[in-house]
Write a protein that binds this ligand. Sequence first.
Ligand code: EPZ
Length: 418
Amino acid sequence: MERLIIKGGNSLNGTVDINGAKNAAVAIIPAAIMASEGICVIDNIPDIEDVHCLERIIEELGAGLKINKNSIEIDSTSITRTAACTEDVRRMRASYYLIGALLARFKEAKVELPGGCPIGVRPIDQHIKGFEALGATVTIEHGAANVKADKLVGANIFFDVVSVGATINVMLAATMAEGVTTLENVAKEPHVVDVANFLNSMGANIRGAGTDIIKIKGVKSLKGCAYSVIPDQIEAGTFMIAAAACGGDVTITNIIPKHMESISAKLIEAGVEVVEGDDSIRVISAGKLKGVNVKTTPYPGFPTDVQQPMTAMLCVASGRSIITESIWESRFKHLDELKKMGASAKVEGRIAILEGVEKLTGAVVKATDLRAGAAMVIAGMMADGETEIYNIEHIDRGYPHIEDKFRSLGADIRRIND
Ligand code: EPZ
């Protein structure tokens, strides 16, 4: 079984390059199947399992793929199948973007309902509400969404909750609808903007991504384009927090510092020095941290996907930290694992109360989900002694070569497969 073994206690020093954003790439790859002519050449694709899963899924639909080191060429002109019902589709969350993409291009889709991290109930009612408003009929049968329309017509859609997935999925579907679609109360995450930019490069007419209202003027068809995925805000945040937690001096490059503001602000509040460059951030930390309160909210607030790494760091920050998780109802499973390492934590619903301890101690733990896995890696690097992390397939879904990157900064971390 594969696992990570970490000998804790080393400070982190040097430079680390951030890869393309997972949550942008996993929407851009399904979006590429909307091109009925030409080839999409997509650069800065992260080498992660969720991306490989999507590559297999769109190949199965009939797309031609050329996979290079950090880029892929997707020829979608040959796609004829509109049903995606494989184990890969069920395994990952972002496969739901196939519904919006297939509906836009073929006016029909049958897609098995998605899996993803066990962090709470993950409904898709807002996606369905959007597809129906555009004129589609949606039925859920035998675990799959069946979506069909004679034609799609632009509409005004006000989302009940701010949802990254619903915003992107309905934006995909509306791209080739007749007339104008207005989406209100949308998500403003950097990856939402990136997907809109990618669609515009394919010939779509989308304005307002990054604000509360997105306007989409339907176009007849989309064609291939060349595009580069934005840097991963969450991977960058994870490395910033790791540097702050372990102490040291780390420069995180190939990032957009603006995307990191909520994380930088919290690290500064915790006593860490954060220096912004044009496309980099330097984190300097003596490893002596103060407890802070953190509340996760949609962008530009503190990202839920960084909450778990941040919690690991705050386990050893002096005093009390109160963490409020306002996006997912069950995203504190990593705290049970951190407690095995000596953390003092109490969870009450969506609130976790941490009392900072002097140090964590190495233990055998598991990654309960993707970002929980990153939290355990940080905890292991901070702890006294050896930590073994199991279930690391979760980590591989979203962090490219995590052990190589941390090792290059001075961590004692290796992957064992026996
Ligand atoms: C995306 O999930 C990300 N995944 C998640 O990252 C991230 O945690 C989340 O956005 C929030 O930023 C991908 O991009 C693949 P939502 P998504 O729809 O789109 C409720 C990671 O670690 N909701 O923004 O599924 C929902 O229950 C992963 O990389 C509805 O009620 O999240 C939640 O409380 C984990 N109805 C809130 O909205 C809906 O139809 C936000 O969910 C949709 C969502």
